[in-house]
Design a protein around this ligand. Structure first.
Ligand code: PEP
Ligand code: MG
Length: 581
């Protein structure tokens, strides 16, 4: 029995047989093998090269028919074929298997990535761009080696817990809840997008387990404790019985909290708080209402790009928004324009990935450089705005010019719709996510141009503390309880009040019981969170007085260390909601 501690990212308990999957871009864990298995792995490498050459030759022949584009593509294929036929490359890979006793996948990946890095290091742009060819060859070989295994998740017929080195939001969103009962990964953080998706789907998940994929084997029994961040590999009978009972208690608590659905989120001294839901897909809108949510505070529309290589059409955008708005009726639906980039979709489509994608072409920056795409989405949102209470929200605003430019494009689209006599709500509210330190520090001027703010504490924490939200190596440094983050949150709330615009919090802190009292004490009256967490947060709100929240906030803002603040917040939340802790 192996017990691993990671970060709990999606609550609940599951026990099941393990299915190991590899990440979308085939980053392969280092898995060692018995010396007796080396020859079999070497043979797998030979077969993979052989099949890759055959596949590429067939593609090359198909290109011969196409005189227009065939020439350039065939040049590329010729380069790839030369690599694949290079015996010294194959020898390098099989040497790694013999010397390090590792799997064929790992040997292929590590050797080719090392070669790619040498290419990248060369100052000549032509040569450094050839790294993309090496990555392509790596992918082609890995597809041969992993092809069958990769299809397993889509074709599941029995319940499993999924274990992976790293999961993308796309993979996670594609999981069938009926069969995927738990998720555990070596990498990731509490606010990485795969974690957020797991929480939305209600699948218990633990991330940042570092080397779990090296310990576990496919088919092992695994317990995922998404409440305490623990994963147990090959548990003994006693442990299984204990966890079965714990899982039953957790489900019972959930039912008890679900009974609060129609009760208002009001503090004991009568202050009404609005609880909205965060969604990624239109069909989650119904779940938000079922859990007692009063609207959608964050619709992450980039998930429309899931599992597709082409852009959604205006009609596809429109259908998604119209479906959502119709479910919500007159309640608010805040549609965030696409937040592509960083860990969402665009990297895998780039020939050479960006070196710092979280600081790169993401979110509103991506939209402002892809105006056709941006306008298509805005047209669809505006068309849907006549169906209910739609609001538009821009992500990752860092300065006033960006906001003005984005708003100008909304006006352009409105003019187009006017010309075409297409109906939309002329007074649609346009707000921004405050999720960069620069936006927080200039909130007073941004407030003059915004109808509302929504504080994205996930990114605000990452950018304030310079800590990657998805990197398990620095996950202990990632905390919204850091005094620097809290000061920025307070500034944003104060500036929103001064400008008399609405302010809500839609980052993951809104769904963490330990932060809720603090946010209320800072003046927040609207929280937006993933649907499964709404009942628990409502329970917290109904158990406290605003007066006690104000007192807690004064104490916290006088503290100067994250450790002290976190411990204090945890203790206070434990007192309010002992059954959850
Ligand atoms: C945030 O950054 O807090 C946020 C809500 O946006 P996302 O998690 O989608 O980046
Ligand atoms: Mg964000």
């Amino acid at each position: 029995m192996d017990i691993k501690k990671g970060i709990a990212v999606s609550p609940g308990v599951s026990i099941g047989k393990c299915l190991i999957i590899d990440s979308e871009d085939y980053r392969i864990p280092r898995r060692t093998i018995e010396p007796s298995q080396r020859m079999a792995e070497v043979q797998r490498v030979r077969n993979a090269f052989h099949d890759a050459v055959r596949e590429l030759t067939a593609l090359d022949q198909a290109q011969q028919q196409d005189a227009a584009s065939g020439g350039r593509i065939r040049d590329i294929f010729a380069v790839h074929l030369r690599f694949l036929r290079d015996r010294s490359l194959r020898r390098k890979i099989t040497d790694v298997i013999h010397v390090e006793s590792v799997t064929a996948e790992y040997a292929v990946s590590s050797v080719l990535r090392e070669i790619a890095l040498h290419f990248i290091a060369v100052k000549d742009a032509y040569i450094s761009e050839r790294a993309a060819d090496i990555y392509d060859i790596e992918r082609r070989l890995l597809k041969q080696l992993l092809g069958h295994k990769r299809e397993d998740v889509g074709r599941l017929k029995e319940e499993v817990v999924v274990v992976a080195r790293e999961l993308s939001p796309t993979q996670t969103a594609g999981f069938n809840k009926e069969f995927v009962k738990g998720i555990a990964s070596d990498a990731g953080g509490r606010t990485s997008h795969a974690a957020i998706v797991a929480r939305s789907l209600g699948i218990p998940a633990v991330v940042a387990l570092e080397d779990l994929t090296e310990i576990v084997h496919g088919g092992d029994t695994v317990i995922i404790d998404g409440n305490r961040g623990i994963v147990i590999v090959s548990p003994d009978e006693d442990t299984i019985h204990q966890y079965e009972a714990y899982g039953r208690d957790f489900v019972a608590l959930g039912h008890k909290l679900d009974a609060l659905r129609d009760e208002p989120a009001v503090t004991r001294d009568g202050v009404r708080i609005t609880l909205l839901g965060n969604i990624e897909f239109p069909d989650e809108a119904r779940i938000v209402l079922d859990k007692g949510g009063e609207g959608i505070g964050l619709y992450r529309t980039e998930f429309l790009y899931l599992n597709r290589q082409t852009e959604p059409t205006e009609e596809e955008h429109y259908q998604a928004y119209a479906t959502t708005v119709r479910v919500l009726g007159k309640r608010p639906v805040i549609i965030r324009t696409v937040d592509l980039g960083a860990d969402k979709y665009t990297q895998s489509r780039r020939y050479v990935p960006e070196p710092n994608p979280f600081l790169g072409l993401r979110s509103i920056r991506y939209c402002l450089q892809n105006l056709g795409m941006f306008k298509t989405q805005l047209r669809a949102i505006l068309r849907a705005s006549v169906l209910g209470q739609v609001k538009i929200m821009f992500p990752l605003i860092t300065n006033i010019q960006e906001l003005m430019q984005a708003k100008m494009i909304v006006h352009d689209v409105m003019e187009d719709l006017d010309e075409e006599r297409i109906a939309y709500n002329r007074n649609v509210k346009v707000g921004i996510m405050v999720e960069t330190p620069s936006a927080a520090l200039t909130a007073s001027s941004l407030a003059r141009e915004s109808d509302f703010f929504s504080i994205g504490t996930n990114d605000l924490t990452q950018y304030t503390l310079a800590v990657d939200r998805g990197n398990e190596l620095v996950s202990t440094l990632y905390s919204a309880a850091d005094p620097a983050v809290l000061r920025l949150i307070r500034t944003v709330i104060q500036d929103a009040y001064k400008a008399q615009i609405d302010v809500s919090v839609c980052g993951e802190t809104a769904s963490e019981p330990e932060y809720v009292m603090l946010l209320l004490g800072m003046g927040v009256r609207t929280l937006s969170l993933s649907a499964p967490m709404i009942p628990e947060i409502k329970q917290v709100i109904r158990s406290v007085t605003l007066e006690s929240c104000n007192g807690l906030t004064r104490t916290v803002l006088a503290m100067n260390s994250e450790r002290q603040i976190s411990a204090y917040l945890r203790n206070m939340a434990r007192k309010v909601l002992p059954e959850v802790f």
